[in-house]
Design a protein around this ligand. Structure first.
Ligand code: HEC
Length: 511
């Protein structure tokens, strides 16, 4: 097939016509992006890989290249029509979808340091619980920051396009990253080195780490499955195809750990189902009438340990978060509807009346007058909705300068910080007083520059804020006086994660 395309392409080129895109790809692109577009030294170029990029951006990338990377521009080599056709072809699914077998996954595993050679204690002298891991998307690097002195302890190249937020082992020692192209990496924060990596799929949503330190669960969109890894070694343990009750394949939209339940919760992108996968060895068996996939002998039940238990939903649930006791999942669907699902009785118990498109994956909870409130930013409208988790009624809506992405706080600070990065006011941060539910301050530390994503030091004293530009900065702001105390140069720091706040599941941050 490839040979035929190549031949046709050459023949067309020779006759003065634009060459066929598949042939152009093999001629100019495959050496870096891989013969099957699965990636190599350069990222994968599958439709699933590119779906978040605008066609115009892709055209510009192929025409002009990306400065300071191996991606050169092809304007001198290819005509505008050829570039257009090539980009169109890259965005079109192949007739036979690419596969990623368990054997290929296993073969991709790499151990950089044997576990036995890792030291027993940190060697860097900083408080290991007050480190920050900063994801720099500008040049695909990660920085490890001392959260007391605000110095960079280590900086290393990551796989292309990390996302979903890194996850930590329960002792805070290891941090796990998932990349868009399916690479899961393990990094040791004691000795500041990469330990292992494995490619779990061709396109991955995110990874969750179990609270008992034993498992990682990666949620893929290509292939449509979940991959369970041993958290110590990243060796694959089990692959679970994501099939709905009707047997249809579905992509995964998010997977999170629900520590008190000893389970992972999985949202499906193409089907109205929510899955719970228990990692409690004593989990109850599962009777859902769909034993044929996982049948154990002739029995009607399958073991509850490491098998999915389904909750049927009214609508597909895209992203979600938990209430503080992990009994409820609060999730949004693409049409902006929000639902509350009780994980014990396995059904929806409330629908939230929220405008626009609440970004519930970035919601937070906090206590006020003995009630537990949840607050969520909104991707479509400039407001933060506050909901009482006791009765799921909206308490108030707080107007902000524009639609925002992240909302963050900390037990020891009175303010919740929200950005407006989805709007023209993307350089502002709005501080909402959790006691009065009013806007207390508006900050604009770098006028004109996208400013978003806040994470606090373990004691809540300082807020670390991203200036998401290339080059950008990481600002350290005193959370009480609101004065800037430090600024570190960073390449588009899209997220930063404090070890202590993550492993203690601080109420002010996503998990
Ligand atoms: C010498 C290696 C190399 C060659 C040859 C190459 N690329 Fe790239 N390409 C890269 C690298 C590296 C990146 C990632 C750049 C970055 O870090 O932003 C990239 C990025 C891209 C992206 C952006 C991907 C994304 O997800 O944002 C597109 C699209 C792309 N290349 C298309 C092409 C096409 C089409 C060709 C052939 C005409 C080609 N590339 C040839 C190395 C290469």
């Amino acid at each position: 097939m490839r040979r035929a395309w190549l031949w046709m392409g050459l023949a067309l080129a020779a006759s003065g016509h634009a060459a066929a895109p598949a042939a152009l790809y093999q001629q100019h692109c495959q050496s870096c992006h891989g013969e099957q577009r699965l990636g190599g030294m350069a990222p994968a170029l599958l439709p699933q890989s590119l779906e978040r990029s605008k066609p115009a951006e892709l055209l510009a990338t192929v025409r002009d290249g990306r400065p300071a990377t191996q991606m050169q521009g092809f304007a001198d080599w290819l005509s505008a029509d050829e570039i257009q056709a090539l980009v169109g072809w890259l965005r079109t699914p192949a007739a036979t979808p690419p596969r990623w077998s368990e054997a290929e996954m296993a073969a991709s595993h790499r151990q950089f340091v044997p576990l036995a050679q890792l030291p027993d204690a940190p060697g860097h002298g900083a408080d290991p619980a007050n480190l920050f891991v900063v994801v720099e998307a500008g040049d695909h690097h990660v920085s490890v920051l001392d959260g007391e002195r605000f110095t960079v302890l280590a900086r290393f190249a990551s796989h292309y396009a990390l996302h979903g937020g890194p996850k930590f082992s329960p002792d805070g020692r290891f941090v796990y990253f998932a990349s868009r192209d399916g690479w899961v990496s393990q990094y040791d924060l004691y000795s500041l080195q990469k330990v292992a990596e494995i490619r779990v799929g061709l396109n991955t949503r995110n990874v969750a780490a179990s609270a008992d330190g034993r498992w990682l669960l990666a949620g893929n969109t290509l292939p449509e499955n979940l991959v369970l890894l041993d958290a110590r070694t990243l060796q694959p343990v089990k692959t679970l195809p994501v099939r709905t009750q009707q047997g249809q394949l579905s992509r995964v939209s998010a997977v999170y750990d629900a520590a008190p339940r000893q389970s992972f919760i999985v949202a499906l992108k193409d089907a109205p189902e929510l899955w719970e996968i228990s990692y409690n060895p004593a989990a109850e068996p599962i009777y859902d009438g769909y034993v044929h996939d996982y049948a154990m002998g002739e029995g009607l039940a399958k073991p509850g340990f490491l098998n999915p238990r389904r909750t049927p939903l009214d609508a597909v649930l895209d992203d979600f978060f938990f209430d503080p006791d992990y009994r409820h999942v609060i999730g949004a669907s693409r049409d902006g509807r929000a639902q509350v699902v009780n994980l014990d009785i396995r059904r929806q118990v409330a629908a939230l009346q929220l405008d626009g498109m609440p970004h519930l994956g970035a919601g937070i909870t906090f206590k006020r007058d003995g009630r537990i409130l949840l607050a969520t930013p909104n991707l479509k409208t400039g407001q933060v909705s506050v909901i009482d988790t006791g009765n799921w009624q909206e308490v108030t809506r707080i107007a902000t300068p524009g639609p925002g992405f992240f909302l963050r706080s900390h037990e020891r600070t009175p303010y919740a910080w929200v950005d407006a990065m989805m709007s023209a006011q993307r350089d502002t941060l709005t501080l909402i007083d959790k006691r009065t539910l009013q806007v207390a301050h508006t900050l604009r530390p770098r006028p004109g520059k996208t400013t978003a994503h806040v994470e606090f030091t373990r004691d809540g004293r300082y807020a670390l804020v991203s200036v998401m530009e290339t080059p950008g900065e990481l600002l350290v702001i005193d959370a009480a006086t609101l004065r800037e105390v430090a600024a570190l140069p960073m390449m588009k720091p899209i997220g930063k994660y404090n070890v202590h706040n993550k492993i203690t599941r601080s109420e002010g941050t996503s998990h």
